[in-house]
Design a protein around this ligand. Structure first.
Ligand code: CTP
Ligand code: MG
Length: 234
């Protein structure tokens, strides 16, 4: 049976949040966003090691209790999210086998429901095909030519919002992300690099709770989800 490793990119600066503190350290429902994300992942006993990718100049990591968990290691990130993910993946080279699975999850998704993560892991391990959580699009989606003039209405039944976690085989994911980097392309998620490299990628339907905290208006929504999830477990 292949091992399962984890990488959490948490080295961004949160430009769209526009707070002085990078968004992964903003406290919501009593803890930093990063802490909530790590707790959701560490609840999964199959995860052998979780590499958290940080900005090394940032001292705020000391306030994130789960970074002291024995399964957690930290490494320095890079300029783009994909650079940070690659740095986390490479740090696993002493322990990860080529066919081992790696789960990548954004620090900025603090409300990951445990049952969604379970479904994704089960689907990937059962089929041997890497994949990601994603959410059905419920809005009608338009394409514009110049940012204003509508040129098309897309068929939303074929469209999905990609989330994380995303799980792929360690060596294949490293090579796919490196290939995009060499081509000067920026992969905004792991699946896009895997698609580009020609691999099959499966979608596992997730819930809207697992949204990415990006702008200030997202904070009260995360707070609500985190408080109601915790209350539901009590
Ligand atoms: N991330 C990272 N290294 C980077 C950029 C992003 O590790 N160079 C991480 C973020 O910390 C976040 C995740 O990737 O957990 C998703 O990225 P995003 O939501 O875009 O976060 P930021 O890049 O920090 O935000 P923004 O794009 O608004 O600046
Ligand atoms: Mg970003």
């Amino acid at each position: 049976m292949s091992n399962l490793w984890g990488v959490v990119p948490a080295a961004g600066s949160g430009r769209r949040m526009a707070t002085e503190v990078p968004k992964q350290y903003l406290r919501v429902a009593g803890s930093p966003l990063l802490e909530h994300a790590l707790q959701a992942l560490l609840a999964c006993s199959e995860l052998r090691r979780l590499v958290v990718v940080l900005d090394p100049t940032d001292r705020r990591a000391d306030e994130v209790a789960s970074l002291r968990d024995p399964r957690v290691a930290t490494v320095a990130g890079g300029l783009e999210r994909a650079d940070s993910v690659l740095s986390g993946l490479r740090s696993l080279s002493d322990v990860a086998g080529a066919d081992d699975w790696v789960l990548v999850h954004d620090a900025a998704r603090p409300c990951l429901p445990p049952e969604d993560m379970r479904r994704l892991i089960d689907a990937v391990l059962a089929s041997g095909c890497g994949g990601l959580l994603a959410q059905r699009i419920t809005d009608t989606v338009k394409r514009t030519a110049d940012g204003r003039r509508v040129v098309a209405t897309l068929d939303r039944t074929t469209l999905w919002r990609a989330q994380t976690p995303q799980i792929f085989r360690w060596a294949e994911l490293c090579a796919a992300l490196e290939q995009m980097q060499q081509q000067g392309l920026i992969a905004t998620d792991e699946a896009s690099a895997m698609e580009q490299a020609g691999y099959e990628v499966q979608i596992v339907e997730g819930s809207s709770r697992n949204f990415k905290v990006t702008v200030p208006d997202d904070l009260p929504i995360a707070e609500y989800y985190l408080k109601t999830t915790v209350a539901a477990r009590l």
